[in-house]
Design a protein around this ligand. Structure first.
Ligand code: PMP
Length: 455
């Protein structure tokens, strides 16, 4: 490989990057970042990249945000970390109060994890152990949807439905139920997500009615299956799911890890359906993209089933070294303060409207755009070979990856998911940033299509 900088060379000698075929780095080496400011990342050659994917959906108030930097600095100078069993500290306590103010009514107890996948593992274990402890010992299995994504650890990967990530590990994974979930672009009922009655819920209904005695919980990504390609579905589905979980005595676990903290236009996606899950998992935006921290937030009913004398052995003996990390908690407290003081959710309305206008004006006349879907600060277009039949591009063409490389050369970090080009910028983007982001997306898609001689 020629022309590598010294840092790139050391990186490639030593580092295995996530979600990457490392051989790809031979022709496309890692971009070594020097700094970040606002919506931009800056590399070692001073080239700027607009972070249109909020660095894997975590960043909400921009890189190197002064208020969050201060919160982090102050906390680091006070207490950086301490064991969380039998000990507590102000940042965790403050966080417990401010998060419980904003989560759906009825969620009242918080367990701390240190990343999204660990929150999912915690939720699954809590649900399972709950049913064991209340005597419903046949309820040992979980339900998750087709196209779901819930993380990479073995339990979280078991409930994930994206074969790209979990197929090879099948022999290791939990045996779960996977009813067909919503697929609104290719709706088999010929309906539209904006006004359907979530007819596709019939698969879940049937499964729950037949197997509820075996089922501990259903886990879903409320409203948007993000990793599957920003697949947005109707809140009616969630309403029906809440009712069915109540009817069949099954936990509803809402994985708000990607969609929480304002992404869908409300603080939590569950609010669109006006439902309260039994357990809610949050991470990512919780710390505005600064520190790994996650929470599983649950009802008193669940908590109470673990509360007893020690020798009943009902305790939840789950721990992570970094449980309740004070740096993460202090940042989360500051993040929630900023949501309140800066009217973030309200201010995002105009921004998401502008994203919609820009996409509509600039991308929808590209002949290979099959669908434009948007909710709040998530916008996506799905590229297809044929708009009539909705035939996807062959995954071997790596359309998204090719567009990604072109867009990076033009200064925008878009990271399409397969054939889906999506926009999920930090909330601090302004109209100029959004215009630039959509212009570069357009140029990159067209450049790719021309290169392939199909436009
Ligand atoms: N659930 C959802 C919905 C996610 O999008 C993700 C991460 N993309 C996870 C869980 C896993 O989170 P983490 O990568 O922090 O383990």
């Amino acid at each position: 490989m020629n022309n590598l900088t010294k840092l790139q060379k050391i990186d490639l000698d030593n580092i295995w990057h996530p979600c990457s075929q490392m051989k790809d780095y031979e022709s496309f080496p890692p971009i070594v970042l020097k700094s970040g400011k606002g919506a931009y990342l800056i590399d070692e050659n001073d080239k700027k990249y607009l972070d249109a994917v909020s660095s894997w959906w975590v960043n909400i108030f921009g890189h190197s945000n002064q208020k969050i930097n201060d919160a982090l600095y102050n906390q680091a100078n006070t207490l950086e970390h301490a064991i969380f069993a039998n000990f507590s500290h102000k940042p965790a306590i403050e966080l417990s109060r401010s998060i419980l103010e904003v989560v759906p009514n009825g969620l009242s107890k918080i367990f701390f994890g240190d990343n999204g996948s660990s929150a999912v593992e915690i939720a699954l274990k809590l649900s399972f152990q709950y049913h064991q402890q209340i005597g419903k010992t046949t309820k040992t299995r979980f339900v998750a949807l087709t196209n779901a994504y819930h993380g990479e650890t073995i339990g979280a990967l078991s409930v994930s439905g994206c074969e790209l990530y979990n197929k090879i590990y099948k022999p290791l994974l939990l045996d779960i139920f996977r009813p067909t979930g919503p697929d609104c672009y290719r709706c088999p009922y010929g309906k539209c997500r904006d006004n359907c009655d979530a007819e596709c819920f019939e698969h879940m209904e049937k499964l729950l009615s037949e197997k509820h005695n075996e089922i501990s919980g259903v886990i879903v990504e409320p409203l948007v299956q993000c990793a599957a390609g920003m697949m947005i579905y109707s809140p009616v589905y969630l309403k029906k799911l809440r009712a069915a979980c109540d009817k069949y005595d099954v936990h509803l676990i809402a994985d708000e890890i990607a969609v929480g903290f304002g992404r869908t236009g409300k603080m939590f996606a569950c609010e669109h359906a006006n439902i309260t899950p039994d357990i809610m998992c949050v991470s990512k935006g919780l710390t505005a993209g600064y520190m790994p921290l996650s929470l599983a937030i649950m009802t008193d009913t669940i908590y109470d089933a673990f509360y007893d004398d020690y020798d009943t052995m009902k305790a939840f003996l789950h721990s992570h070294s970094y449980s309740g990390n004070p740096l993460g908690c202090a940042i989360a407290v500051e993040t929630l303060k900023m949501f309140k003081n800066e009217n973030t959710i309200e201010n995002n309305i105009a921004k998401s409207e502008f994203i919609k206008e820009q996409i509509t004006e600039k991308l929808l006349d590209i002949p290979y755009v099959g669908e434009f879907r948007q909710i709040g600060m998530i916008g996506a277009i799905e590229l297809v070979m044929d708009k009539e039949t909705k035939e996807p591009f062959d995954s071997k063409k790596r359309v998204g990856y090719e567009i990604y490389k072109i867009a990076l050369s033009k200064g925008v970090l878009l990271r399409p998911l397969g054939n889906i080009v999506y926009f999920m910028p930090p909330y601090i983007v302004n109209e100029d940033d959004i215009t630039f982001m959509i212009d570069v997306a357009k140029e990159s898609i067209i450049e790719y299509l021309k290169r392939e001689n199909i436009m």
